[in-house]
Write a protein that binds this ligand. Sequence first.
Ligand SMILES: CC(=O)N[C@H]1[C@@H](OP(=O)(O)OP(=O)(O)OC[C@H]2O[C@@H](n3ccc(=O)[nH]c3=O)[C@H](O)[C@@H]2O)O[C@H](CO)[C@@H](O)[C@@H]1O[C@H](C)C(=O)N[C@@H](C)C(=O)N[C@H](CCC(=O)O)C(=O)O
Ligand SMILES: Nc1ncnc2c1ncn2[C@@H]1O[C@H](COP(=O)(O)OP(=O)(O)OP(=O)(O)O)[C@@H](O)[C@H]1O
Ligand SMILES: N[C@H](CCC[C@H](N)C(=O)O)C(=O)O
Ligand SMILES: [Mg+2]
Length: 471
Amino acid sequence: MRLGALTGGEEAAAVTGFAIDHRKVAPGTIFGAFEGARVNGEDFIPAAVKAGAVAIVARPEAVVEGALHIADVNPRERFARLAAKFFAPFPGTAVAVTGTNGKTSTVEMTRQLWRMAGQHAASIGTLGVTTSDDTVSTGLTTPDVVTFLANVAGLAREGVTHVAFEASSHGLSQYRTEGLPVRAAAFTNLSRDHLDYHGDMATYFHAKLRLFADVLDMDGAAVVWADDPHAMRVEELARMRGNRLITVGEHGETLKLVERDPTLLGQGLVIEAEGATHKVMLPLIGAYQAANALTAAGLVIATGGDVASTIANLARLQPVRGRLERAVITRAGAPVYVDYAHTPDAIEAAIAALKPHTTGRLILVLGAGGDRDPGKREPMGQAAAAGADVVIVTDDNPRNEDPAAIRAEVLKGAPDATEIGGRREAIAAAVQMAGAEDIVLIAGKGHEQGQIVGDRVLPFDDVSVARECAA
Ligand SMILES: CC(=O)N[C@H]1[C@@H](OP(=O)(O)OP(=O)(O)OC[C@H]2O[C@@H](n3ccc(=O)[nH]c3=O)[C@H](O)[C@@H]2O)O[C@H](CO)[C@@H](O)[C@@H]1O[C@H](C)C(=O)N[C@@H](C)C(=O)N[C@H](CCC(=O)O)C(=O)O
Ligand SMILES: Nc1ncnc2c1ncn2[C@@H]1O[C@H](COP(=O)(O)OP(=O)(O)OP(=O)(O)O)[C@@H](O)[C@H]1O
Ligand SMILES: N[C@H](CCC[C@H](N)C(=O)O)C(=O)O
Ligand SMILES: [Mg+2]
């Protein structure tokens, strides 16, 4: 592709690719130089030009010599839009999910429901890029803009027509997905997380609202979990902008949840839609999984899915990795669940999901990640102490923090908890103390395959460790 074809100018230079890291620049690359949280990408402009960059997308005040300066006050957005032109075509139907909890579950369930309807579907998020054939990890929930757009284009080349992706607040505030047309956007919920990055709840919510204010197509649909206290703001935004509004939940109008009856292995749902009453047996436990399943159904309906068959297909949803995943049943007969709860709200939701399933004690193992919002740690401890009968505080991913200091902050909220730093030892203790009537919940790491200590990733999988401890 010629540079002029992207800029609307006369430049004849060939564009061979896009990069936001100067170490990935090759001859013909367009380099995006952004001010980051850690360093200023503008400092790498000379090195990028030396490596063969033909154009630099940067703020007007940045100094660019030896390559075209594509100046913009919002260089991240401009870069994403140019890159999207380069990487297109994309799958015809893309939808995005934002919210503090439930994004991964919702995109995965959307992918499954589309597939059941005969579509060639994929999802992108915390679990990686998932198609019906495999899952390839990207390391981030919303990958960087170049990885994201290249992956979405790659999916189109493989024949994927429908893609659901997670729009994290970091991804939205860094314009990681701009340029890809979004036909429908879903909001799951808002609660405390990531305040280390966003500073306060208002800024965090504002970042999420960008999905509805800026990213969603003007003629696209907004799908809203109506039972969240923040749903109203999203609904107002959609109405103001003239987007089709699909609301789901007990307060929902499109898919109204009128009854939820937990059973041993799932839950019966009664849903009112289009004047008819639909009954379906969801093969997953927990109110939160019903919420995510209904939000996913909303997205499928928003993109042309038939209402009755989409609801009926909920009966065939497969579990999502690391979300209330039953790892093993101990010798004493206690089921051990692994769940990715790593916010106060999620801890509460995971406990609420399991409580109806035990006549004995709920034994909870939890920790909190290092280099992430420290303010959520004490409330996580409080949620644990309020809902579980036995709490064991352990390490999550300490990253570059002192693990004992992180545990101390969680323990402030759960002063009666037992402290066992080693995650394996903590899981072993929980498994050993569980009796026939008890349930063990291991929270925080879900599907993760490693424990990040310093800059090293040590192999660790909660599910495998639980099985080893129960053997
Ligand atoms: C806080 C954060 O979001 N950081 C991400 C972001 O950094 P940034 O733009 O602030 O970058 P920076 O490191 O200050 O560098 C500025 C610029 O200089 C460039 N650079 C930097 C160094 C160099 O030698 N050469 C160079 O060109 C960088 O590529 C960047 O464009 O852009 C980088 C490049 O894409 C990401 O790798 C990095 O993710 C870090 C590793 C990270 O841990 N991110 C987490 C917090 C994250 O994004 N999480 C969300 C939410 C999770 C969820 O709730 O699900 C996610 O979507 O995964
Ligand atoms: N709708 C929901 N309401 C409350 N809690 C939820 C909901 N969905 C999921 N959770 C909790 O959050 C955890 C993470 O779920 P999931 O991975 O789907 O969310 P996510 O938004 O993708 O998280 P992340 O921001 O880390 O990517 C679950 O294991 C569960 O404990
Ligand atoms: N076990 C994890 C969960 C992280 C979830 C992720 N979305 C983030 O906050 O970056 C941790 O705190 O290390
Ligand atoms: Mg996720």
